[in-house]
Design a protein around this ligand. Structure first.
Ligand code: MG
Length: 205
């Protein structure tokens, strides 16, 4: 099985949430700090992100957000990996990013997509999130995936770009730091790919 992080790996944006914040000209620096300090949990972090968008336009719909997300650029080399890799591997995305983007880029190619979502009712965002991947504990999602797919961690390739991916990278049989954003992800990796070019993966898998 091959498991990918999304933001900074499959798409060339640092954060899919940040991609939407930029569009609304808001930033979540305060809640990011509070989250990192452990003062708020994942769902509260997501609520505060959605509130930022609703503070600009309270009538915003999920479709509006999906339209913004669908403009996010694919990572260089994605088209050389897919279609193709999914014929040789079971494939999955584990992302703390936005699920509508993961589905948009990955639905044809990935057996399982785990990511976080935004709730909508009657054509408006409710302000609530749907949590599937806790950002600070991707190891939890990774374990769930392995057991669902009945795969051992040694049989798994994991590809990620930041410290939040370390629990997957360190445990996978082959852990690949791609486009690494920090030292932590380099340290735990079996292999580091510095260039933002996914086709370089094909030399190793
Ligand atoms: Mg990432």
């Amino acid at each position: 099985m091959i498991v990918f992080d999304m933001d900074g790996v499959l798409v060339d944006v640092h954060s899919s949430w940040g991609w939407v914040h930029d569009r609304f000209e808001v930033d979540n620096e305060d809640s990011l700090k509070a989250y990192k300090r452990g003062e708020i949990d994942d769902l509260e972090f997501i609520r505060r992100d959605i509130d930022l968008w609703r503070s600009v336009d309270h009538r915003i719909s999920k479709k509006d957000i999906i339209d913004i997300l669908e403009e996010a650029p694919l990572m260089n080399g994605f088209d050389e990996c897919f279609p193709g890799l999914e014929q040789r591997y079971d494939t999955a995305i584990i992302s703390g990013g936005l699920k509508p983007l993961a589905k948009h880029i990955g639905e044809p190619y990935f057996d399982r997509i785990m990511a976080n979502d935004i709730e909508e009712k009657n054509g408006r965002l409710t302000g609530q999130g749907v949590l599937e991947v806790r950002l600070k504990d991707k190891g939890e999602a990774f374990e769930k995936l392995l057991s669902e797919m009945d795969v051992e961690e040694e049989e798994c390739v994991a590809v990620g770009n930041s410290w939040v991916d370390s629990p997957m990278i360190e445990r996978a049989g082959l852990g690949i730091a791609f486009n690494p954003a920090d030292e932590k992800i380099r340290e735990g990796a079996d292999l580091v790919i510095e260039e933002k070019d996914l086709s370089l993966l094909l030399d190793h898998v």
